[in-house]
Design a protein around this ligand. Structure first.
Ligand code: GLN
Length: 190
């Protein structure tokens, strides 16, 4: 069975571990670069992208993660995790993994609707919508050729995939719906 890691430096990593647990997949809490050699794919949780980025630099994990991504290992980033995967972050030079061809704008839903929930339709995973929980979420402003938009909220992409890389601006781990995590697991080679 594939070994899935969840980056556990900061943020809501425990929720992802619970989600994987419900799918019958044991997860590894990843805190050191040496652990990257032992896993087949990684989830980067929501949290604070600047903090996680700084910790990745401090623990020497940024380059190993870039190599991990470029080697074709599946990575799924939620919210801050999506920001860390993005190549471009508007107006920011913050540390990032920077392997996914998208441009994001952080905290882009404005103060009034900083956090909200909405039904998100993702044809690829089924007809019934997913409850999208957005918490100080970024907006994906641009996707390059080769990036598939699997779902939008209004005009904005909220779930995108580029080969082995998956990113959502919302938090499926905060619901009881395991379908997006199951979809992520389907990206693992058998
Ligand atoms: N606002 C956070 C950031 O910019 C992301 C919030 C989240 O992960 N829920 O890093």
């Amino acid at each position: 069975m594939a070994k899935v890691g969840v980056l556990a430096l900061q943020g809501d990593f425990e929720k992802h571990i619970q989600m994987l647990d419900r799918l019958g997949v044991p997860a590894v809490e990843v805190r050191e670069k040496s652990q990257l050699d032992e896993i087949d794919g990684l989830i980067i949780p929501g949290g604070e992208s600047t903090t996680i980025g700084k910790l990745l630099v401090r623990y020497g994990m940024l380059e190993p993660l870039q190599t991990f991504a470029r080697g074709g290992k599946p990575i799924y980033g939620t919210c801050a995790g999506a920001i860390l995967l993005a190549k471009e972050i508007e107006g920011s030079h913050q540390d990032r993994i920077g392997v996914l061809d998208i441009t994001v704008r952080r905290n882009a839903y404005g103060r009034q609707i900083e956090s909200f929930e909405a039904d998100i339709f993702i044809p690829r995973i089924g007809e019934l919508p997913v409850r999208g929980v957005f918490i100080r979420a970024p907006v994906i402003k641009h996707v390059a050729d080769g990036v598939e938009v699997l779902s939008r909220f209004g005009d904005d992409p909220v779930l995108v995939k580029q080969g082995n890389l998956l990113a959502s601006t919302f938090h499926p781990e905060l619901t009881n719906d395991t379908r997006i995590h199951a979809f992520f697991l389907s990206l693992f080679p058998v």
